[in-house]
Design a protein around this ligand. Structure first.
Ligand code: PEP
Ligand code: MG
Length: 316
């Protein structure tokens, strides 16, 4: 029965009353594209470009090598969206030639966009490669920066994109609580937000994502995390822009309904989760998702939030 429900689950992501929520895939490179296409992804919501840099950890890959890899992903979604994240080095993704070796707290140090702003040549090469890779393709390219803390970061990234002649939408990932708290200010510089809930949970709860002993605090059902999602989504709506989720939270079908109810406009996840999320979302109206979201936010713990959302959606 489950299989039948899943095979019936095709087409664009939407609630039962037709509120569209594009379901996009997280990919780590061209090798992940066939599974994304097979799952019916409407595009790519997070293209993690680190893989290119991990191949050879002594230097950045050449512009030509990058153009080739980006083009392979862009060509797979001729009508769709592809959201590329520029290099996210440091902390859990260290790179020898870029990441400072002597930081006491690498997760709080020079990582993500901070690394790129310290190495403008690396950022410039990547943006130029993206401009060349997308040239002449009908794809709807979006480029975003990881670890944006404030408007100054967002402006620095948008300026770098413009200087590289990139014709794309520029966005900011919301992975630091300050970015969620001041989302409206960040949106003065960029056209979309994408919530990286893995890092957002890490920084909200001061709980290292690599330390299993604090994994309770990494639970994306934590009501405090849902509050930050809601703040980001409300700010984006007020600015008439879009707010996706590309962290692990989006791959939990029940939580995907709650995120939709909070006002998130697209969900990006590992390809294998897409059919499950599509099938679950299709069972509920937007109003039901909104009620589930309110119930989850009213809870005190992650476990209670999950139970409260489930109760609303199953009509209890
Ligand atoms: C996140 O932090 O939620 C995210 C999507 O980025 P990564 O897991 O690659 O840090
Ligand atoms: Mg992250």
């Amino acid at each position: 029965e489950r299989k039948a429900a899943l095979s019936a689950s095709t087409g664009p992501g939407a609630t039962s009353d037709g509120h569209k929520v594009p379901l996009l895939a997280n990919v780590g490179g061209p090798a992940d594209v066939p599974a994304a296409v097979e799952a019916g992804a409407e595009g790519v919501g997070l293209f993690r470009t680190e893989f290119l840099f991990l191949d050879d950890s002594k230097t950045a890959p050449s512009e030509e090598k990058q153009v080739e890899a980006y083009r392979q992903v862009l060509e797979a979604f001729p009508e769709g969206r592809v959201v590329v994240r520029v290099l996210d080095a440091g902390a859990d993704k260290p790179l020898d030639f870029l990441t400072p070796a002597d930081e006491p707290n690498p997760a709080l140090g020079v990582r993500g966009l901070r690394t790129l702003l310290d190495h403008p040549d690396v950022l410039r090469t990547q943006l130029t490669a993206l401009a060349k890779a997308s040239d002449g393709l009908p794809v709807y390219l979006e480029v975003m920066a990881p670890m944006v803390a404030d408007r100054t970061d967002a402006k620095a990234f948008a300026d770098a994109c413009r200087e590289a002649g990139l014709r794309a939408k520029f966005g900011a990932m919301v992975e630091i609580p300050s970015a969620a708290l001041r989302a409206r200010s960040i949106l003065q510089e960029v056209e979309f937000l994408s919530l990286g809930t893995n890092d957002l949970a890490q920084y909200t709860f001061a709980a290292d994502r690599q330390v299993g002993a604090v994994s309770r605090l990494q639970d994306p059902w934590q009501p405090a995390l849902l509050d930050l999602v809601a703040l980001s989504a409300e700010a984006t709506k007020a600015e008439g822009k879009s707010c996706g989720v590309c962290g692990e939270a989006a791959s939990d079908p029940l939580l995907a309904c709650v995120l939709t109810g909070l006002g998130v406009t697209s969900l990006s996840m590992g390809a294998a989760s897409i059919p499950y999320v599509r099938a679950t979302l299709a069972k509920y109206t937007l109003a039901q998702c909104e009620r589930a979201a309110s119930a989850a936010r009213a809870a005190d713990t992650a476990e209670e939030a999950r139970i409260a959302a489930q109760a609303v959606l199953s009509g209890e």
